[in-house]
Design a protein around this ligand. Structure first.
Ligand SMILES: [Zn+2]
Length: 438
């Protein structure tokens, strides 16, 4: 039984609410007193100083980049960031570093109340994914998948082989916590053949395909010059835009792109902190209010650590709501509820798991967080959703339950030696710094 002074189920706030959990499922939701009488459960997590909320969902992350959180110089635009720093970093990363980066990423996400996330591609799944045993979050994993750049280059056959191997070995493991998605990295770094083959592969498996699209202005302009089409138009023309397509960043969109995305049922993931760090033009050019008005499912993503610098979905939700209000001089551009949904229920739909997580409802998986009300962010609060979106930060997360298992309790992960991991990370980053001469 998980209780709190406020319980958030969808957009409804229940006072003195309680979630009844059996195994990995929610079996009931209702007032605490009523649930206690009905189920007589004596194991209770939480108290009157807690908010009970669904686990937060990070729709886009690059766990490999965790060691580079502050490794690259400040003030880099996407072009220089990518070619001069990011590519050499990825090239330098071996299996030990990738696993360490993944561990740190899991630790950061768990402490911020993230119970599910989608990763942009790993290279050494057999060792890296072992880290989920210690911090079992709901994870969509994928292989590194592109065939244009020389770094981590894959041929079409290699990319498909690696995806199939990943799927056969890992999809559905850990009681379904671990799943596979396809991540052809972008329309620019994948050939037409690779895109078509990978989309076809994931369609046949019933999986989502995540792809960076219209992420920065140079990419948009090159697509127009090379193909006579914007990235989204190109995907639509190739019949690769559909309800199972997840467009990452999706910043530089025309009105026609917004219509194409809306008509196709594709989803979009906004990564506000990443855009702010690199000056991508989200405030100036982003069309997320229009996407929302067109019924497009919008989730939030942190993106990799060197551009997001944190995995705090509450801070991202505040940015998502705030950026467009200011840019449009319209306080109604994105509501607090839309921002909250983009980190919970809609995010679950973007990843294709809304039937089992994203809200606290009977029959769904028990992915639950408890936040501590004894903070200035929640005092006073006459609108708890507004407090969550605009006032609270991830460090008010006290307890995290994933698939019915308590992963974080009073901000600690049992059996996880964070000091040792910090020590290894400092050592690995020093080595990387020397090798990359950052
Ligand atoms: Zn990305």
């Amino acid at each position: 039984m998980v209780r709190g002074r406020f319980l958030i189920s969808g957009e409804t706030v229940l006072k003195n609410g309680c979630v009844v959990v059996e195994g990995d499922r929610i079996v009931d939701v209702g007032p605490f007193d009523e649930m206690r009488k009905r189920y007589g459960c004596d194991v209770v997590l939480g108290d009157e100083w807690k908010v009970v909320a669904p686990g937060l969902i990070n729709c886009h992350y690059h766990s490999r980049e965790q060691l580079a959180q502050t490794l690259f110089p400040d003030g880099l635009g996407e072009e220089e960031w990518f070619s001069r720093y990011c590519l050499p970093y990825h090239e330098a990363l071996g299996p030990d570093e990738e696993r360490l980066a993944f561990q740190l990423a899991l630790y950061s996400m768990a402490l911020n109340g993230i119970t599910a996330f989608a990763d942009g591609g790993i290279v050494y799944p057999s060792t890296t994914l072992e880290a989920l045993e210690a911090i079992p979050l709901r994870c969509f994993t994928s292989t590194w998948c592109w065939d244009v750049p020389e770094t981590l280059h894959r041929t079409v056959d290699e990319a498909l082989y690696e995806l199939e191997q990943l799927y056969q070995t890992f999809h559905g493991r850990m009681n379904g916590l671990l799943r596979v998605c396809a991540t052809p990295i972008s329309t620019e770094t994948c050939s037409e053949e690779l895109l078509e083959e990978v989309f076809s592969w994931s369609r046949n498996k019933g999986l989502k395909t995540h792809i960076h699209a219209a992420s920065f202005i140079e990419e948009f302009n090159r697509s127009v010059v090379k193909r006579g089409k914007a990235p989204v138009e190109y995907l639509a023309e190739k019949r690769l835009l559909n309800k199972d397509t997840v467009l990452l960043h999706a910043i530089h969109l025309s009105e026609n792109d917004v219509k194409l995305i809306g008509d196709s049922g594709a989803a979009a993931v906004c990564c506000p902190m990443s855009a702010l760090t690199k000056g991508k033009g989200l405030a100036l050019k982003g069309k997320y209010p229009e996407l929302l008005r067109n019924g497009v499912r919008v989730g939030l993503g942190a993106d990799g650590a060197p551009s997001s610098h944190h995995t705090d979905m509450l801070r991202l939700a505040a940015l998502f709501a705030g950026i467009f209000r200011d840019a449009r001089m319209d306080a109604k551009a994105v509501s607090a509820v839309e921002a909250w949904n983009a980190a919970t229920s809609t995010a679950a739909s973007v990843l294709g798991i809304d039937h089992e997580t994203g809200s606290l409802e009977k029959g769904k998986k028990a992915d639950i967080i408890l936040l501590d009300l004894r903070r200035p962010a929640f005092t006073p609060s006459s609108d708890i959703l507004k407090s969550l979106v605009f006032s609270a930060t991830g460090d008010s997360v006290d307890t995290v339950i994933v698939d019915g298992r308590v992963v974080v309790y009073h901000r600690e992960i049992k059996g996880f030696d964070c000091e040792k991991v910090y020590e290894y990370a400092c050592e690995a980053v020093s080595n990387l710094e020397r090798n990359l001469a950052c």
